[in-house]
Design a protein. Structure first.
Length: 283
């Protein structure tokens, strides 16, 4: 998807500063497109009140139509946006659609991210490890059952994340899709799991999802594959689902996993597609 459709829809229906909450949520979920000058620097605007603003657009096409200077576009996710704000001091994001534009406080965007459990530059470095928390295990098992409903999802990693500088800890799902970002698929997958499969209570660790593009973020995908995290992979060509977890290095756990999958297959209708097989890897 090359358009932040959620942001475009809100803007095009005539939103203003009173709709800031919905606009900020759309930016936080799907990012914006920023103009980059031939020099490689970001383009900034100066508003009538003299306050500098960072212009953001709902799509590359929208940017190309509205920016008169020669400029390339790049998709800026919310963490990059946060980093830009911290490095430059810019406080206003001016979001544009084909029909409308609204100024948003980047401070409010940061507050929204903080409420979701995310941290700024000083706490951006994470250490990822396998989690045995019941929510993490439930997510892994739910993904095994439901991932085939989302054909563009290739891999999901479930981990415990600790932000090195702040000590903040949470559960984290990386979702790799064969789609350009922003994509609705990772959020739809997580929303489906939370609505129908997994219950997260206020006493549980915060859960955050990070989308990845299997092409643009190939290096990150390779790094995650090398971390021995709980991983669910999907091959849409064969319908095969692999579950990798160090839990299955215990021979008893491995045998229990095989028996569980066999029981699922025995219980399935003859017409139903073969259930996914569990796999395990050595650390």
């Amino acid at each position: 998807m090359d358009t932040n459709a959620a942001l475009a829809e809100i803007l095009d229906r005539g939103a203003d500063e009173n709709d800031a909450e919905a606009l900020i949520a759309a930016v936080a979920d799907h990012g914006v497109y920023l103009p980059v000058l031939p020099s490689g620097k970001l383009m900034f605007l100066q508003r009538e009140d003299g306050v500098p603003a960072l212009p953001g657009y709902v799509s590359a096409a929208c940017l190309a139509e509205q920016v008169t200077e020669p400029a390339a576009s790049f998709h800026c996710d919310v963490l990059r946006l946060w980093d830009i704000a911290e490095r430059t001091g810019v406080r206003v994001l001016l979001v544009h659609s084909d029909r409308n534009r609204v100024a948003l406080s980047i401070g409010l965007v940061i507050r929204t991210l903080s409420d979701r459990g995310m941290r700024g530059t000083e706490g951006r470095t994470m250490r990822l490890t396998r989690s045995t928390h019941p929510v993490a295990v439930a997510l892994r098992d739910a993904l095994r059952r439901r991932i085939r409903e989302f054909p563009t999802v290739r891999s999901v990693w479930v981990s415990h994340a600790r932000w090195i500088d702040t000590g903040f800890e949470q559960l984290l799902m990386h979702v790799a899709v064969d789609e350009r970002l922003p994509s609705e698929t990772p959020r739809r997958l997580l929303d489906t799991l939370l609505a129908e499969e997994v219950t997260v209570t206020p006493d549980d660790p915060k859960l955050m999802m990070m989308p990845l593009d299997t092409t643009a973020h190939a290096e990150t995908v390779a790094e995650l594959d090398g971390m021995a995290l709980d991983t669910v992979r999907h091959d849409p060509a064969t319908g095969r689902v692999e579950v990798l977890s160090r839990e299955y290095d215990d021979p008893r756990a491995a045998e229990a996993a095989r028996l569980a999958v066999a029981a699922e297959r025995d219980a399935a209708d003859a017409a139903e597609q073969e259930r996914p097989r569990r796999w395990w890897q050595r650390p």
